[in-house]
Design a protein around this ligand. Sequence first.
Ligand code: OMD
Ligand code: FE2
Length: 453
Amino acid sequence: MPSSKFAHSEKYRYLNGFSSYHESEAIEGTLPIGMNSPQKHPYGLYTEKLSGTAFTAPRTENLQTWVYRIIPSCSHGNFEPRESSTYNTNPENKPYEKIHHIPNQLRWDPFDLDETVDWVHSLHLVAGAGDPTMKNGLGMYIYAAGKDMGEHEAFYSADGDFLIVPQHGVLDIRTELGRILVRPKEICVIPRGFKYRVTLPEGPVRGYILELYQGQFKLPELGPIGSNGLANARDFQVPVADFDEDTDSEWHILSKFAGHLFQAKQTHTPFDVVGWHGLYYPYKYDLGRFNVIGSTSYDHPDPSIFTVLTAQSDHAGTAIADFVIFPPRWLVAENTFRPPWYHRNTMSEFMGLIDGQYDAKTGGGFQPAGASLHNVMSAHGPDAGAYEKASNADLKPVKEGEGSMAFMFESCLMVGVTEWGLKTCKKVQAEYNAESWQPLKPHFKRPTPKVAS
Ligand SMILES: O=C(O)Cc1cc(O)ccc1O
Ligand SMILES: [Fe+2]
């Protein structure tokens, strides 16, 4: 259930609605009426447009936002490379970052907190496919930070949309369009290009990110479910305009561009948008508001019923990235093996755990802040302990996963693991398969042949 702690507060105010046309003005009269680009703005603001899709994208896909700001974004010094020998999140950039494509099931112990770095330097690419320069594929990151970004620093990614899944700690994200506070069991999407500054009001943070190099996240179709259910559009929250007037200080704009870090200086804050309107914006969502649908008769349905957001490939029904959650829910299916079935999937499945336990794994090896990857056609399913438990369970209604939240980044692409993900982080569990599935015993009993009478 959604929790009351997610109530509104003064500093963070939101507009409700996914895919809605939104508008917000911090000073009344900022947004021109009946036009976008007045010759002279009444308050002396500059008009600027941020396009999230091609100008000519069909109306159903077209995303853009008009901002009215004190100084336009283009007023800055040249971008220079920063930390060019160490900062690399481009999965195709093989001379710097080796990518391993391996069919083994992989599982990681919880990733460490790192209090020495800020948001920008906290990003570790663990796995990915495709290439941001070709605008195809996705990257999966772990972030772990303990420092606020510099007081006069802002960051943006030109490479893709960030879907941020906090596991520990609170992110205070000041974006060009307004402020967002994100806590564990909430998520946030910062689309390509938006500048933001992350501070940590409650100390160290850790979590997961899916960076989508192509397309956009949408709500999944509901088909026969009807017009409500899963993540409901009105529960997505978009920040309201909130600006500073600062045209004196030196600001550093950090850009993640083709997986590398660049920096430019400017003498004004990028957080100077007095009003905006459009369809392209950052947003957050409280996973506690997800309306879970499940089997009320028999059998375990496909996990697609738990899809919060999907980014489709050009082939309808096949996702470059699905963001799927496993929230607390009632299990009532009769005469049914209730955990996930054993399976092999043409899609790759990267999983993380925000809190609690996941029903397919009893051995304690899949822990909050850890992860697993079951790549294209890599066989997986309940571990031996989970199999024993579920195949002998008394099938009364049970509340599964009270207090827990696992999630999956599912992709149609074969995912490569970075050198950091496979080796440097030192979290890969060598015995994952040996401990999980090799203990599975045969239970086969040949039926006694019928004797002809
Ligand atoms: O493998 C997993 O644990 C994820 C998963 C869950 C489920 O309920 C059905 C299929 C599936 O891949
Ligand atoms: Fe699976």
